[in-house]
Design a protein around this ligand. Sequence first.
Ligand SMILES: Cc1ncc(COP(=O)(O)O)c(C=O)c1O
Length: 398
Amino acid sequence: MSTRNKPARATTVVHGIHGHHATTLDLVPPIHLTSTFVFKNADHGAGCFAGTDEGYIYTRLGNPTLDLLGEKIASIEGAEAGLTAASGMAAVAAVAMTFCRPGDNFVACNSLYGGTFAMFNRHMRDFGVEPRLLSPADCRDGERLFAATDAKTRFLFIETPANPTLDVFDIALWARAAKKRGVPLVVDNTFPTPWLSRPLELGADIVLHSGTKYLSGHGDIIGGMLAGSKELMTRIKKDYLNNFGPTMSPFTAWLFLRGIKTLAVRMEKHCDNAEKIAAFLEKHPKVSKIWYPGLASHPDHAIAKKQMARFGAMIAFEVKGGVDAGKKLMDNVQLCTLAVSLGDCETLIQHPASMTHASYPREERLKAGITDGLIRLSVGIEDADDIIADLDETMRLL
Ligand SMILES: Cc1ncc(COP(=O)(O)O)c(C=O)c1O
């Protein structure tokens, strides 16, 4: 039961953890649009750099608006501390570059967002770091998962539900493997958001986000966030973010603070719509395959039920007639919009094999379960019947 000291999560997403500004009493926090901060005197400046005095120095190293967003993501993820980065990819890079040095390895599922796959499979290899990318089947087996790690493993990484296959991985199982090896488990929580899934409560050590998606919610900004213990967040900030410099703009952070306020109501509507649309697609005679964790037919439905509050609003499906029929569908929808990204108010449709996941060599992509004909739908918050009518009328053309 919620109390004044322990508000319910719907309250936390609206209020965050700060009251109103002590002197100006703004309801909405101001944007600190400044690159640098004034020191009281030379000793104060030196003390800020040495860490012995309180005070902001320079926005790449810290800014009150960025800190507010970091605290907000920490509060809704149930973490001690949070960080911001210029994009979701900057947040992924922050983890990989903080923990790994040449000769090290890390273990992840091979079912990943295309940009993350490219960073892991190409760039981390170039830096002498070995990505051990497991098949979705191995990711469901605790013994095989642990066997993939060794003394040089620096972290474990999963997306759940994964983009775009909607595989749902058992976070507690991965957390046990990570703990046994003594390394952090990192969970990309972009698809469910903390409204539907809280990996830290299941034993994960770091949660990361492409905030660009549901946390923004309005398709107008790019940004990344991380949350976890104070110790891990300080390490990531000092060892990567401060000096590599993928800093979020304070203006972007302010827009995120605004977007997150409506996370709860948006996610509930996204989920309501997706449940209806998945049920419609599952029965449609032109649909040959559908992946949605909320359907009893989804292979990970049981684990999704256990670790998610609801099932999210991402759906993958194939239509009869393969890639050509899929293209015809994407070219002829009128309400659904042909665009990558996800989590926006608008329903977005796209073809991962040729778009978001084009970075995968075909064989690797198929191993990850991303088929040639898979179409990804990010269900928006329009009227569900209008989205269904658009898909239904377009599928008559196939
Ligand atoms: C699951 C997931 N993680 C990370 C990213 C990267 O985020 P960004 O585009 O904000 O850099 C994306 C982008 O689509 C994503 O879907």
